[in-house]
Design a protein around this ligand. Structure first.
Ligand code: ARG
Length: 462
């Protein structure tokens, strides 16, 4: 049992139960908001001084005290007292202990409700920058790897079945596109969340002349929120942020899945660096892609965080409810998990190699040139549906005879369609097909090189 009630709980009788203290505290995990809490408090105090609600001298004391506390926390010298249930109370109590009376004025016209809503937005703005930087590093690793393979062909898969030939570079650049959307989504999230709830108080603002625009400006918010009830209860941005993290995880999990398959003995398309593989405690020959498997699995935690956050928001009464304290658990989980996954993904991509010999040795399998042959017939005047049928039949015949399309001589080919001429051989085989791709952003070498130039230019500016 705690010795006595805390200063902000004078209206309660008896002592707080130990179980209560342990259950309601968030200090153990919202400690990490300390810098944002302090920055927010300094802005608030400066505004109080501007509004003559405290003196300049009191502001100076508050500011210096808060900076000292910040330094103590950063250096690990701050003693967190579990009596203070969250970072806001811990810092305020420390300030009062340090500077006395002036410290008691800091919370004027402010509630923890608008304070925490401000802190989490400030934290998220920085976190979004960190995530965007990490995504950019991963994109750069992909672009660099793609640069090595602009002329090397691999099978493109649909339904995990061989479909059409592509250059490896274009396959790698497909991830750059996905992560680019993630980057944009995070920026959009930032644009939406970047309004200041500070000064909304507990729910209704204040009878004191609190200047919300001043604190918003000091803290770099582009505007203030325009409804105090909504401002203290709004955690839409938390759900949105976690959703953005969830899609990043989904994209990483697809990369992981591809490469787990690609580095199996059955494929041997990709070779991961030894430093990113693990072995088996029993089977001495094993070289396992555990990191990729864990990236794939961690998607579960991020999706879990999203569902948890959405569930917290469902059916909440208007204004602030303590439920909202749990937002941080899930927002931090999502951010930490995605940060870690982006770091290892970047390391893996930077050190990976494609096994060109192995990939090219089987390019003749799977009739990757069949679609191009049908399109060849189209150029000769055959309707596409007809051409599709003709080539389908040719493939079936080839399969029976264990032949490839380009193994058929002109006479055999002509049996399937009189439109086929000698120039058909310019359209058969993966290399020929790749050279024939003409659509914008198709999977050929020319297009890949253009895209690489585009990304190098764009990513260098970030
Ligand atoms: N620790 C709380 C949170 O994270 C701070 C706000 C508490 N407000 C209150 N009225 N109890 O949401």
């Amino acid at each position: 049992m705690a010795k006595e009630r805390r200063t902000w709980e004078k209206r309660l009788s008896g002592k707080p139960d130990k179980l209560t203290l342990g259950f309601v505290e968030s200090l153990s995990y919202d400690k990490r908001l300390y810098k944002y809490d302090i920055v927010g408090s300094i802005a608030h105090a400066q505004m109080l001084a501007e509004q003559k609600l405290i003196t300049k001298d009191e502001f100076k004391k508050i500011k210096n005290g808060l900076i000292e506390i910040s330094e103590q926390i950063a250096a690990g010298r701050f003693k967190f007292d579990e009596q203070n249930e969250d970072i806001h109370m811990a810092i305020e109590a420390a300030l009062i202990a340090k500077i006395g009376q002036a410290g008691e004025k800091l919370h004027t016209g402010r509630s923890r409700n608008d304070q925490v809503a401000t802190d989490i937005r400030l934290w998220m703005r920085d976190e979004i920058e960190i995530l965007r930087a990490k995504i950019t590093l991963l994109q750069k690793a992909f672009v660099k790897l793609a640069g090595k393979y602009t002329d090397d062909i691999m099978p493109g898969y649909t339904h995990l079945q061989r479909a059409q030939p592509i250059v490896i570079a274009v396959y790698l650049l497909s991830f750059v596109e996905q992560f680019e959307r993630d980057c944009i989504r995070l920026k959009n999230c930032n644009d939406l969340l970047n309004v200041s709830p500070l000064g909304s108080g507990a729910i209704a603002g204040s009878t004191l002349p609190i200047d919300r625009k001043s604190t918003a400006k000091q803290l770099g918010f582009h505007d203030i929120s325009y409804n105090t009830i909504d401002a203290v209860g709004d955690r839409d941005f938390c759900a949105e942020f976690i959703f953005d993290c969830a899609l990043i995880s989904a994209h990483l999990s697809c990369l992981a899945e591809d490469w787990i398959i690609f580095c199996s003995n059955e494929f041997e398309f990709v070779r991961l660096d030894d430093s990113f593989c693990t072995s088996s405690s029993l089977m001495p020959q094993k070289r396992n892609p555990d990191i990729l498997e864990l990236i794939r699995a961690k998607t579960g935690s991020v999706y879990g965080a999203l569902i948890a956050m959405l569930t917290i928001l469902k059916g909440q009464p208007s204004g602030y409810n303590r439920d909202l304290q749990e937002d941080k658990v899930h927002v931090f989980t999502a951010a930490d998990t995605v940060e870690a996954c982006l770091d290892v993904a970047e390391a893996i991509v930077s050190t990976a190699n494609f096994n060109i010999e192995k990939i090219s040795s089987s390019l003749d399998e799977g009739f990757l040139d069949a679609t191009a042959l049908a399109e060849y017939l189209v150029t000769k005047g055959v309707a596409f549906r007809q051409a599709h049928g003709i080539v389908g039949k040719m493939v079936a015949d080839c399969e029976k005879q264990n032949k490839k399309l380009h193994d058929l001589n002109l006479e055999e080919l002509k049996k399937h369609s009189a439109y086929i001429e000698k120039d058909v051989y310019e359209h058969l085989g993966c290399e020929k097909v790749i050279a024939k791709y003409v659509t914008d952003s198709a999977a050929g070498s020319r297009q890949a090189k253009r895209q690489i130039a585009y990304w190098n230019d764009k990513l260098a500016k970030r």
